[in-house]
Design a binder for this molecule. Structure first.
Ligand SMILES: Cc1cc2nc3c(=O)[nH]c(=O)nc-3n(C[C@H](O)[C@H](O)[C@H](O)COP(=O)(O)OP(=O)(O)OC[C@H]3O[C@@H](n4cnc5c(N)ncnc54)[C@H](O)[C@@H]3O)c2cc1C
Length: 403
C-alpha cells in the first residue's frame, strides 16, 4: 500500500511543532512527511518586537529548520506557497506542485489594517525577520539623518506605534530601552524624541488584569512613552498619521516612523483555498480539522477557536499554536491507523507581557507578577518553547539567560 503523504505548510510554531511531534510518532516507512517553508529558518515570532527595536540581533531570533527535524523522516522544501486548493488537493509552490493525503496549514498571521487608508503603504509592520530588520534600520536611519541634516527636523524622531495590545506594548517596552542607546550613539538630546502609542479601544491591553495594566502604563510613561487611547487612526500618509479625537476633532501626528501593531489576521492564501474563513482564519472543528475537509488540519494563527466560557475567540498565540500541534500530530496518526481523532482542549497557563529586557507583567496560573519576577518568567517561557522544538541543544544555542 502507498505510504500517505503528510504535507505541512509553514515552519512557524504551529507547523514546525506539528512536524517535530509527527517525527516522534511516525516510523520512517509509515508516511512521507513534507515540510514547506518560505525560508530555511524558523523565527521566534514572539521575539520579533526585540529585533524590530534593535535590542536583539535578528540572527538571534531564528534557527535552521533542518537543525530540529529528523531528515530521515521529513523532507524539508524551502519554497513559497503560492496557492492552496483543497477541492483538488493541490498546493502550488515556487518549487512546484504538491498533493497530499493529509494537509496541515500553519502559514501564520498577517497584519490587519482594517481598510484604514494609507496604512498598508506607509506603516511598517512587525511581521517577520525581514520586516523587523527594516523597522530597526528605519529608526536608526532617522536618528542618523537628524544628526547630519543642516536644518534638523525633530519629527524624524517621532515614532508612532499603532495598537496598545500585546505586541504593541512589548515593542514599546523595547523602545523604552533602545531610545536612550540611540540618543547616545547619534548625539540626539533625549527630549527631542517622541514615542506615541495610539489605540482605538478605550483601554490598554484589553483582557489583562487592570492592576497589571496600570503598572505597565506607568512603567512605559516613566520612560517617556505617551499614550493616546480611544483615538483611532483614520489615515496614514508619508508624513504621519491622522487620529480621531472626538466627534469632529482630528489631530495629525507628524512622524518619521509609524509601526502598525494593532491586530492580526490569518494568511491570505486561506481566502482562496476553498475553505470557509473569517479574515483568513478558519473556525476549525474540535479536532482541528477544516469543516468539510476531513484531510485538512489548520494550526496556529490561521485557526479560529471559540472559548465557550466567554464566547470569544482564543487570542492567537504561540502557546496555543504549539499545543494545537500536539493534537494535530496525534490526530493525523489516528486517521492513518483508522482510529478516532481527539478533541483539542487548550491548557492555558497564563500570559506574560514583556516591558523590556528586565521588566514585564504576567498573570501565570492565577498569580500576578510584575518586574524582575515576571521578566524571569517570560524568559522561562521563551526557553521552554525552544526546548519543546529543539531540546536542550537549541536552548543552549538560542536561549535567554540574562537576569
Ligand atoms: C511582536 C509579537 C510578540 C508576540 N508575543 C507573544 C507571546 O509573548 N506569547 C505568545 O504565545 N504569542 C505571542 N505572539 C503571537 C505569536 O507569535 C503567534 O501567535 C504565533 O507566531 C503563531 O504561530 P503560527 O505557527 O501560526 O505562525 P508563525 O509563527 O507566524 O509561522 C508561520 C510560518 O509560515 C511561513 N510562511 C508564511 N507564508 C508563507 C508562504 N506563502 N509560503 C511558505 N511559508 C510561509 C512563515 O515564514 C513562518 O515560518 C506575538 C506575536 C508578535 C508579532
Amino acid at each position: 500500500m502507498k505510504r500517505p503523504t503528510i504535507l505541512v505548510l509553514g515552519a512557524g510554531y504551529g507547523g514546525l511543532s506539528t512536524v517535530v511531534n509527527l517525527q516522534k510518532l511516525v516510523g520512517t516507512d509509515e508516511a512521507d512527511i513534507i515540510l514547506v517553508n518560505k525560508n530555511d529558518y524558523h523565527y521566534e515570532s514572539t521575539w520579533l518586537h526585540e529585533a524590530s527595536a534593535g535590542t536583539l540581533r535578528p540572527d538571534q531570533v531564528r534557527y535552521d529548520v533542518k537543525s530540529v527535524i529528523n531528515q530521515s523522516k521529513v523532507t524539508f522544501v524551502k519554497a513559497t506557497v503560492d496557492a492552496i486548493d483543497v477541492n483538488t488537493k493541490k498546493v502550488a509552490t515556487s518549487a512546484g506542485e504538491y498533493t497530499y493525503d493529509y494537509l496541515v496549514i500553519g502559514l501564520g498571521f498577517e497584519g490587519e489594517t482594517f481598510g484604514i487608508p494609507g496604512l498598508d503603504k506607509y506603516a511598517l509592520s512587525i511581521a517577520n525577520v525581514n520586516a523587523a530588520r527594516q523597522i530597526r534600520d528605519h529608526i536608526e536611519y532617522q536618528f542618523a539623518n537628524w544628526s547630519t541634516d543642516d536644518v534638523q527636523d525633530d519629527t524624524r524622531l517621532t515614532i508612532v506605534v499603532g495598537g496598545a495590545g500585546f505586541s504593541g506594548i512589548e515593542f514599546l517596552g523595547e523602545l523604552g530601552n533602545r531610545i536612550p542607546e540611540l540618543c547616545k550613539e547619534y548625539d540626539v538630546p533625549k527630549e527631542k524624541v517622541r514615542v506615541v502609542c495610539v489605540e482605538a479601544a478605550p483601554m490598554v491591553l484589553p483582557g489583562f488584569d487592570p492592576e497589571l495594566v496600570e503598572y505597565a502604563v506607568r512603567r512605559l510613561e516613566s520612560k517617556g512613552i505617551e499614550f493616546s487611547i480611544g483615538t483611532p487612526v483614520v489615515e496614514a500618509t508619508p508624513e504621519g498619521v491622522k487620529i480621531k479625537k472626538g466627534e469632529d476633532e482630528f489631530e495629525f501626528i507628524t512622524a518619521g516612523t509609524v509601526v502598525w501593531a494593532a491586530g492580526v489576521r490569518g494568511n491570505r492564501l486561506i481566502e482562496s483555498s476553498g475553505i470557509e474563513n473569517m479574515r483568513a482564519r478558519v473556525k476549525v472543528d474540535k479536532d482541528m480539522r477544516a469543516p468539510g475537509f476531513p484531510d485538512v488540519f489548520i494550526v496556529g494563527d490561521c485557526a479560529l477557536m471559540i472559548n465557550e466560557e466567554i464566547n470569544r475567540p482564543y487570542p492567537p498565540t504561540a502557546q496555543i499554536a504549539m499545543q494545537q500541534a500536539v493534537t494535530v500530530a496525534k490526530n493525523i496518526v489516528a486517521l492513518m491507523k483508522g482510529n478516532d481523532t481527539e478533541e483539542f482542549v487548550p491548557a492555558l497557563k497564563g500570559t506574560v507581557c514583556s516591558l523590556g529586557e528586565h521588566d514585564a507583567i504576567g498573570d501565570v496560573m492565577g498569580r500576578k507578577l510584575t518586574g524582575t519576577k515576571a521578566s524571569i518568567m517570560k524568559k522561562v517561557i521563551d526557553n521552554r518553547a525552544l526546548y519543546m522544538i529543539g531540546g536542550v541543544p537549541l536552548v543552549i544555542k538560542k536561549g535567554k539567560f540574562s537576569l
